[in-house]
Design a protein around this ligand. Sequence first.
Ligand SMILES: [Ca+2]
Ligand SMILES: [Ca+2]
Length: 95
Amino acid sequence: MHKKTGCLITASLLVLAGCQGYAPPGDGEGSFERGKLEMSAPPEQIAHFNELDTDGNGTIDPSEARTDTDLLSTFGTLDKDSDRQLSLEEYLDGQ
Ligand SMILES: [Ca+2]
Ligand SMILES: [Ca+2]
């Protein structure tokens, strides 16, 4: 009984520590919004986005999208502001 309670408390503390230690990627303006997106979006989609963003600049350009043929075929549609870069928001809109 005591041992189980101890585990629960430890688990709760870990969760709390995880939340407090969370910091959105520091890419200046918009990083807060991006942080919110990352918390609300399915983790596997975030992981896939980060995988595609091989240079880690926070957007997917057409050459990075080439490894995902489905994404590449919808790139133009997803790229709402037509800057030839898919932001996380634009990427998630298409999912
Ligand atoms: Ca990139
Ligand atoms: Ca764009």
